[in-house]
Structures are given as structure tokens and as C-alpha cells.
Design a protein around this ligand. Sequence first.
Ligand code: CA
Length: 260
Amino acid sequence: MKKILIFIGFTLIFQTLTFASATVTGGVSKVDLNKTNVVLDSSTNSPVGNAKISLPKYNYSTYTDDYGTFDIGKVKGTTIMSVEKPGYRPFSLTINEKIAARPLVLGIEKSNISDVIIESEMFHLGDDNFSEDSSGAGAFRLKSSGPYFSKSFLLNGNVISSNNYLVIGSIIGIDTLMARSMGQNKIVNSYASPPEIYFNGSKIAEIQLNGDNQKIRIPNNLIRLNQSNEVTIKAGKNLMQTAYVDYDDIEIANISIVSE
Ligand SMILES: [Ca+2]
């Protein structure tokens, strides 16, 4: 399990670099990608206009223009940025002032008829008791909705012949030992158990690292056709706090299921 999750972490870094060096053709020739933030269709590299860009931490939102370009203003600390456009999969990216200082070239992917959006808004799990040194704590904006997130949904019968994945758009605030050793937080003397992901009551993953676009395989034998399915996310716990339960406060944006 740990090896797989480390691999996910490196995949994320690789994807970000891939987008940053995307070769751009066609209609965006008027845009200087060394100077401008732009949203592109990941398969055609054409600009995507009228995509909504949101930074929930700043209550900021804007839309891309006809050339796919957009401004995000000043960013300080770690925050989640999301991109929404009808017909495309929800996309989000964890950014900070360093990333925001460079032009962002974001590739978004067309959605599939069997994609299911479970949650498009950002939410906070935990107990609102957290250290300022937590990874992304400065970004926390929302009040906790408790230590669990759970949502029910129906899945189209065709999914059973595909590989299905739960996709977590962005997650910040995880303070596991692995997150600490990767330099994702500055906490010295404690760490937490990882958030756990359940599908129809079976645990399918633990999330060790913060990052974007983490994909978790859903075993097809857990899927219920023509009945309600349920995804549950449980916040981890501070393993150094034994006097009371201290949930590891995290924020998550964009949860969906994709079939491939
Ligand atoms: Ca807490």
C-alpha cells in the first residue's frame, strides 16, 4: 500500500510538469505561454474559454477568456484552485505563491458519460483544532463538517465492464509521517494516521500524501448496480494525542468517479 501511494505522489509531480511543458498548437498562438495562465483541452491543446476558475480561500472566482487565459491575483501560502467547465471533468490544483508566480498551463479533460461527480465543492473534515504548522493549515477557510464525509449515488450499469476510479481532485492538511518526511508540513513532534476511504463499507485506500488528482481503483465486485452506492472518507487522527481524540483537519475539493 505504501509503495503505491508514494507512486501516486510522484505521478502528481510529473503531471504538473507535463502540463507546464505542454506543446501548444492552433488557436492559442496569440497567447504567450511564458507570461499567461491558460486552460487548454488536454487532448487537442485548444484553449478552453468560459471555464470558471475558483480560489475558495480568497472567495475569488473568474472565467477564462476566448483564448483560455485568466488571472488569479496574488496568492499567499498553500491553497486549492479549481477549474470547472461543462463537458469537462472537474479539475483542481494545489498552488502556493511559488507556483502562482509562474504562468499556469492547465490541461483539462473532456468528461465521459459515465463520470459521476460526487462533490464539486470544497469541504473541511476534522474538528477545527489544528496546528498552524499543518500542511496547508493557512489555507483552511471552511468550518469542519465533522470527521466523516459520506455520500450516496447511483452508478450506470455499463461501469461494470470498465476500470473504475474514485478521483480526489485536491487534498490539503494531511499530517501523516510520510507527508512530514516529504516536507509537506512543519510539524516536529506529532503525526497522524492517514485519512481512510471506504466504498460500500469496505476500505479501499489510505491517503498518505497531500496532492492533486489522486486516483483510487474501486474493485468492481464492490459496486452495486441499480442500487445506491456510498463513498465515505474518514479523517485521520493525531497519533501523539492520547488524552482526547484529535482528528487530523483536512480540506478536500472535487470528488468524482471515472470509468476508463
Ligand atoms: Ca484536529
